[in-house]
Write a protein that binds this ligand. Structure first.
Ligand SMILES: *Cc1c(COP(=O)(O)O)cnc(C)c1O
Length: 800
């Protein structure tokens, strides 16, 4: 297609004229972006076709990763890097006077996810293809991704997101591969040769249309597929109001639910879940049938992984196909299903465990409900053998109980593998939350600590650091991230550490420019950049961070000579639109920021900024520029975290609790290269079970706490009456569920140690280097290799 910048330029210019009927001089940046995007897609198509051919002819086992979210971000540079044409293209564009970085800005983030769970799915796709593994994504092509956040007068305001406004250059619509998905209607049974045959009558049909996106691996010939389903009116509508039908249908793939723990209990959400599952399973089986006459060894050729419980209806849907369409016996169908499906659990927060009222589930999905009922009955009967007479336990383990369907229980019963996402999380599942299930299915449980793709989160987003690493240890780490370990040989090399520092400062300057542009606040790159970016949640404890900032401010006001190393506190966080408390925390951060930044007497010591609309593309500018990574969740609550890994990989040093993957970060870098504070998980769980924590005592005993908590309501930061009452009440009246006050003193202490460590750069720089050098363990390549061997039983064939 093109192998040097001359050829690239020639094709590019010809394309612009042919596609837009304009001269190059008349063309816009968007024309350039679209032209380049189409050229890249054509560039991958040869390998895409060959990959699919290879999978078919070799009959390699295929894995499908079903996820209600894929938080992809932008794909332009990622694709250029993977295809190894980034240099040629950048050079060619440069010669035409086009800056690749400006073109990158044209692309809208594909924000088809809320946070960590969706971003994990995106990282996994990159690692699967880069390791030549036959694994594909299946998701929903939401017309509107996660809302856009504006901050107005300190409050979050949500605007609908419009990523498809200018089209999506990476996708291919494949209308010929559409699938019909039924909702509502009724199930009738007829007796055929002594066997009950079920049919679904009068269903409302929805057409699921696939849009495929190529997922090229990094410098491999493998190109996997991300298939996103869009809901359209069926050509076979039932007899009804056609406009209403069209609206109802299209609404299925209209919005991503902007909520990542609570469940809104909306019919629409259950519709989305079944839509994803039914379209995916039926298209998987259709492709399978083309190659195989029967489905008896389906599980040997296909693995279906469900990312959390949102796609758990894959279990009854696969059963339905095997029973109703393939006419298999229950036992045979169950044997195949439970050898096909594997499941990842993402949380132990009870409010996040999905439950659906039977009165919603049954009428919407009548045949699926019947199958779930049958699974439940058989399961409960089998439980009598394990726990004879323990009806209370059996009731608690049932899939359907008290008129609710418990999705996690269905996942546990209907899959062959259940994994947690960090060692501590998996232990909590086994020993506590899912202990009854662990007792009867111990072999199903395993841990797969999350990871991130180092190709996006280091190579692509921090090119200066990536270059320095390549100069130091070569480029083998790009394919084998474990090789980053070789960087440790520079831990006493002044020249190398100086370079590391210089790059961090340049990245900080770049972020400072963004901050200035977005918020008008000038920040000093000589200060410590202390960052907490993630979804806003009570358990993530942004509040602890703010209370500490208020305390520092109070100290500086009391004693202007108070010696602290200058700090810039940076926040980014979206709150779910219906999450009142989280939105108040955003307002508090902005209120404190306004007061602190507006006070000239602390100007050289303290700055606070809230960056609006935190998303993947903004994150890529933040991680490389961070000195201190805030990972301060209440111990036991953050299943893994992945932001923690992105900071570490870019030389940010963690201030954290012993929670999620922070524990494993500590294990690889050693205690001296991380700042750990606060309650441990067992202590939190103990207090939760037995009581013994009284937040008021901390309020009365610690005058620093008393001062900052009083300032929430006394008008010190904000004059409007009652603005932060909910926060005040959560701390004092509701006994501080997340142990913010309990951990306050130890957080203040560790933060002062952080300041001291930064002041001593002889100490800080090697710490930063050691974090980078040990971050290879948190590459999603490592995670995916573990899934491939330990769960899916697939192998990459040695194609590069
Ligand atoms: C990595 C990432 C997350 C997850 O962050 P955590 O700190 O692990 O909660 C959320 N949102 C975006 C945009 C990310 O890139």
């Amino acid at each position: 297609m093109f192998s040097n910048s001359e050829e690239f330029k020639e094709t590019f210019l010809k394309r612009i004229e042919m596609t837009y009927g304009k001269t190059f001089a008349e063309s816009t940046k968007r024309d350039h972006f679209n032209t380049l995007g189409h050229m890249i897609r054509e560039y991958v198509s040869r390998n895409w076709i060959e990959t699919n051919e290879r999978y078919r002819t070799n009959k390699e086992k295929q894995v499908y990763y079903l996820s209600i979210e894929f938080l992809l971000g932008r794909l332009l540079k990622q694709n250029l890097l993977s295809l190894g044409i980034d240099k040629v293209v950048e050079e060619g564009l440069g010669e035409l006077g086009i800056d690749i970085n400006e073109l990158e800005e044209i692309e809208a983030d594909a924000a088809l996810g809320n946070g960590g769970l969706g971003r994990l799915a995106a990282c996994f796709l990159d690692s699967l293809a880069s390791l030549n593994l036959p694994g594909h994504g299946c998701g929903i092509r939401y017309k509107h991704g996660l809302f856009e956040q504006k901050i107005v007068d300190g409050y979050q305001v949500e605007l609908p997101e419009q990523w498809l406004r200018n089209g999506n250059v990476w996708e291919v619509r494949k209308a010929d591969l559409s699938v019909e998905v039924p909702f509502w209607g009724k199930v009738t049974a007829s007796n055929e040769n002594g066997r009950l045959k079920f049919s679904h009558m009068d269903a409302e049909m929805v057409t699921a249309v696939p849009y495929d996106m190529p997922v090229p691996g990094y410098e491999t010939r493998t190109v996997n597929t991300l298939r996103l389903w869009s809901a359209e009116p069926s050509p076979y509508p039932v007899n009804q109001d056609i406009l209403k039908y069209k609206r109802d249908t299209e609404s299925i793939s209209e919005f991503l639910y902007p909520d990542d723990t609570h469940d809104e209990g909306k019919i629409l959400r259950l519709k989305q879940q079944y839509f994803l599952v039914s379209a995916s399973i039926n298209s998987i089986i259709r492709a399978y049938r083309k190659q195989n006459s029967s489905l008896t060894d389906f599980h040997q050729h296909v693995g279906i992984h469900i990312n959390d419980t949102h796609p758990v209806l894959a279990i009854p849907e696969l059963m339905r196909v095997l029973l109703d369409e393939e006419q298999m016996s229950w036992d045979e169908a169950w044997n195949i299903t439970t050898k096909t499906i594997s499941y990842t659990n993402h949380t132990t927060l009870s409010e996040a465990l999905e439950k659906w009222p039977v009165r919603i589930f049954q009428p919407l999905l009548p045949r699926i409900y019947m199958i779930v009922e049958e699974i439940n009955e058989r399961f409960c009967r089998s439980l009598w053998d394990y726990f004879p007479g323990d009806w209370h336990r059996i009731e608690n383990m049932a899939i359907i109980a008290h008129d609710e369907v418990k999705m996690a229980h269905l996942a546990l019963v209907g899959s062959y593998s259940v994994n947690g996402v960090a060692a501590i999380h998996t232990e909590i599942l086994k020993q506590r939350e899912m202990n009854s299930f662990y007792q009867i299915f111990p072999e199903k449980f395993n841990n797969k600590t999350n990871g991130i793709t180092h190709r996006r989160w280091l190579l692509k987003s921090n090119p200066k650091l990536a270059n320095l690493i390549c100069e130091g240890i070569g480029d083998s780490w790009i394919k084998r991230p474990g090789d980053l370990k070789e960087l440790e040989k520079y831990k006493q090399d002044h020249g190398f550490l100086e370079e590391l520092y210089r790059i961090k400062q340049e990245n900080k300057q770049h972020l400072a420019n963004i901050i200035k542009e977005q918020t008008g606040v000038s920040v000093d790159t000589a200060s410590i950049f202390d960052v907490q970016v993630k979804r806003l949640h009570a358990y993530k404890r942004q509040l602890l961070n703010v209370l500490h900032i208020m305390h520092l401010y109070n100290q500086l006001k009391r004693d202007p000579s108070f010696d602290i190393y200058p700090r810039t506190f940076i926040f980014g966080a979206k709150a779910s639109p219906g999450y009142y408390y989280a939105k108040k925390i955003i307002k508090l951060i902005n209120t404190v920021a306004k007061k602190v930044n507006g006070d000239p007497s602390v100007r050289d010591k303290l700055k606070v900024v809230f960056l609006e609309n935190y998303r993947v593309s903004l994150a890529e500018n933040i991680f490389p520029a961070t000195d201190v990574s805030e990972q301060i969740s209440t111990a036991s609550k953050e299943a893994s975290g992945t932001g923690n890994m992105k900071f570490m990989m870019n030389g940010g040093i963690t201030v954290g609790t012993l929670d999620g993957a922070n524990i494993e970060i500590k294990d690889v870098v050693g205690n001296e290269n991380i700042f750990i504070f606060g309650l441990k998980a067992e202590e939190v769980l103990h207090f939760q079970q037995n009581g013994g924590y009284h937040s008021l005592e901390y309020y009365h005993l610690d005058k620093r706490i008393r001062q900052v908590v009083n300032q929430l309501t006394d008008g010190f930061f904000d004059q409007s009456e009652g603005e932060f009452e909910a926060i005040y009440d959560s701390l004092l009246m509701q006994n501080d569920q997340y142990f913010v006050l309990k951990d306050f003193a130890s957080y203040v202490q560790i933060q002062s140690e952080v300041g001291d460590a930064y002041k001593d750069q002889q100490k800080w720089r090697p710490m930063s280097l050691i974090n980078i050098a040990n971050s290879g363990h948190f590459s999603s390549d490592r995670t995916i290799e573990e899934y491939a061997k330990g769960i899916w039983n697939i192998q990459g064939i040695g194609i590069t």
